[in-house]
Design a protein. Sequence first.
Length: 303
Amino acid sequence: MKHLLKLMDLETKEIIEILNLADQLKYDKKNGIEHHYLKGKTLGMIFQKSSTRTRVSFEVGMYDLGGSALFLSPRDLQIGRGEPVEDTARVLSRYLDGIMIRTFEQEEVENLAKYGSIPVINGLTDYCHPCQVLADLMTIREHKGSIKGKKLCFIGDGNNMANSLIVGGIKMGMSVAIGCPKTHKPDADIMKWASESGDFLCTDDIFEAAKDADVVYTDVWASMGEEAEAEERKKIFAGYQVNSELMSVAKPDAMVLHCLPAHRGEEITADILEAHANEIFDEAENRLHAQKAVMVMCMKDKN
Ligand code: CP
Ligand code: NVA
């Protein structure tokens, strides 16, 4: 695996390899066993959007692996003043051993990989959030014992999370159901691929989507970059909430996951979030372990 640009680029066996390594790294960290697989290496982290989990888990992850991480804000980089990504990629490739980027356009991430000569890891775009979904799959396996055959339901906006959950879930043999308004469906090409590749449903009936689900997932109604639409989105998504009524149609032992940050009273009620806090904060923790596995697989053997 050279880069992690989107989950569609990974084979199922590579996803399983990441999850297995992530489990091992988690176990070893808890037992005080260190693995300096990336000793002497430096990861540059470009953030064009805010972050708590991604920023901290990548930085701590590099430290755990014996390397170091540089936080690169667009306020400080020339990229913020219009230096093309094609040039930034070639320059940063001369100094760094890997780049993590969080930005708007998926194309920017793909171009960074195309023009640079070092591994590029996608830390979220408007199109997808692969690192989050690897942590989600790790958490599902941890809590449920297995992934294949389980039903994953996502309620809300057909956004970057929905896109990556569809791809990750289908590749791992899950049944995936999206409950979203007809006007805010996930990416059309991803849905077409999912319908042809596995058990996939997209409906505006959230009860149909959540029926017998093993995992109920939700995310904010207005993503980063959509702040101006927040009020309008509150009206559009008012019926797309994870609450006790919805959970009553899922399996009795269904998990609830949320990539966070959460808006209580919007996409999820406070009582459901608190009832499933154990799962949701395990999920947040697993960002660290899953990303360490991704960094090892992308950067370990690169000079
Ligand atoms: N879930 C997630 O990516 O969180 P941050 O935006 O805090 O990085
Ligand atoms: N859909 C959200 C995910 C945040 C982790 C966003 O893009 O803001």
